[in-house]
Structure formats: C-alpha cells, structure tokens
Ligand binder design. Structure first.
Ligand SMILES: *Cc1c(COP(=O)(O)O)cnc(C)c1O
Length: 228
C-alpha cells in the first residue's frame, strides 16, 4: 500500500529542500506510481529495463525516470530515448555504450558512477583505485572530470552513487557513506549541480547526515516488496 498525502508531505518536509527524493517503484504496479504522481512526486527509480520501458509507456510524460539497477550494455538502447539519470554506471565500457546510444537519440544523458562501498561482495561498482584512474580531482568545476571521460560528448558524469552494507551497524554505514562523500568531494566538489546518490529506506537519515543530496526510497513509500 502506497502512503497517503499527509505522510508523503511530512516525509518531504523532513528531507528539506536540498535532497531529491527518488521513489523506487520496482515490482510495484503502475497504479501505485500514479498514486504518488498525483501527490506531486515526479522522480521515480527502476531496476529492470523491461519493467521500466513497460511502465514508462503508460505513464505521464513528465515523470523523470532514474535507472538504479545493474545495467547490461545490450539493454541501454531501450532506455536511452527517455531516461533522466542513470545511477549505476559500473564500467567505462557501459558508459561508452550509453554515450553511443545517447548520440543516436540526439540526447545527452546524465550519469552517476556507482562506487562499491559496502562490505558485501555482491554489490556492483568501482572501487577507490578504479575511480582514481578514471577521474581527475576537482577544483576544475566540470562534468566528465577526466580526459578519458571528456571525449564522451553525449554523457555527463555528474556525480556518484553508492549502497551501504545491509546491516544494523550504524557505525559501519556511517563510515561507508563518509568514504563515498569524501570521494565525491574530491572529484565533484567544485561542480555546483553535482549529485551524491546515497540512502535507502533503512539508512537515508544517516545518508543525509553524511551529505547525500539524492535518496532512493522504495519500501517506505510503497510498502514492502515481494522478493524476486
Ligand atoms: C531497491 C533499491 C532501493 C530502494 O530500497 P528500499 O530499501 O526499498 O528503500 C534503492 N536503491 C537501489 C539501488 C535499489 O535497488
């Protein structure tokens, strides 16, 4: 069951103005998205390409669709015409494919690099040394802050995304978010509109305290998911 207007509004006021709320609607039916849309929500996040394209086709055009799941290169083409922000770039190869498909659509697609900050082995993303190789530190206030990226003219790398360990250990979550924030400051600190996407239903308060400006919230807004 999706939340009511009062709860939604009080959640928004808790976040304040500096934090963008992405409503993660994976596995939830279009009616649930529509309900939140009618309350004023415009940013929605999905993890699966087929599910996203199916939903996008039947829902209002002014929804900003965020892709937050693991993205395979051969699926980029399907979302390139409309996707608003891809949070989950985990290889240079994938970023090059997004650049290519964006060019075919005559678009420039905003992207975040996913950074592996959690203890768990299963989470995708770059580690600190890979970031070091790919990015050039600020203060050059620029998107695509490195020679390797600046040749890609149809993507804009505007920040970082990360997921903390799935744990009740707040100190560990705090340390993981803090390390992501430090990387973000290093590479994107001089870019005024840079995005730091961290925080989910269970840890968004810690994430905001540690400097997040975009949170990805599923179960808190839509209720628990069936596992899949
Ligand atoms: C599912 C998912 C979320 C939302 O998770 P909740 O715990 O339901 O808020 C956020 N980010 C990513 C990458 C996800 O896969």
């Amino acid at each position: 069951m999706a939340i009511d207007r009062t709860t939604y509004n009080s959640f928004l006021s808790e976040l304040g103005t500096g934090v963008t709320l992405v409503a993660v609607s994976k596995t939830k039916p279009p009616e649930d998205i529509r309900h939140l849309y009618d309350l004023g929500q415009r940013d929605f996040g999905e993890n699966y390409v087929q599910e996203l394209t199916d939903k996008q086709a039947g829902l209002p055009r002014d929804i900003r669709w965020h892709f937050i799941g693991h993205l395979q290169s051969n699926k980029v083409k399907a979302i390139a015409p409309f996707v608003h922000l891809i949070h989950s770039i985990d290889s240079l190869r994938l970023l090059k494919e997004v650049d290519k498909q964006a060019a075919r659509c005559g678009r420039i697609i905003d992207c975040l690099l996913q950074v592996h900050i959690a203890r768990e082995e299963t989470k995708f993303g770059f580690d600190a040394s890979e970031l070091e190789q790919l990015l050039t530190p600020s203060p050059a206030p620029a998107t695509n802050p490195s020679p390797a990226l600046s040749v890609l003219s149809h993507v804009r790398v505007i920040g970082l995304m990360g997921m903390a360990s799935f744990t009740g250990d707040e100190a560990l979550i705090t340390a993981e978010f803090r390390s992501l924030k430090a990387s973000w400051d290093k590479y994107f600190g001089a870019l005024p509109s840079a995005v730091l996407s961290m925080g989910m239903s269970g840890d968004y308060r810690i994430a905001i305290r540690e400097g997040s400006n975009m949170i990805r919230i599923g179960s808190l807004l839509f209720g628990a998911r069936e596992s899949r």
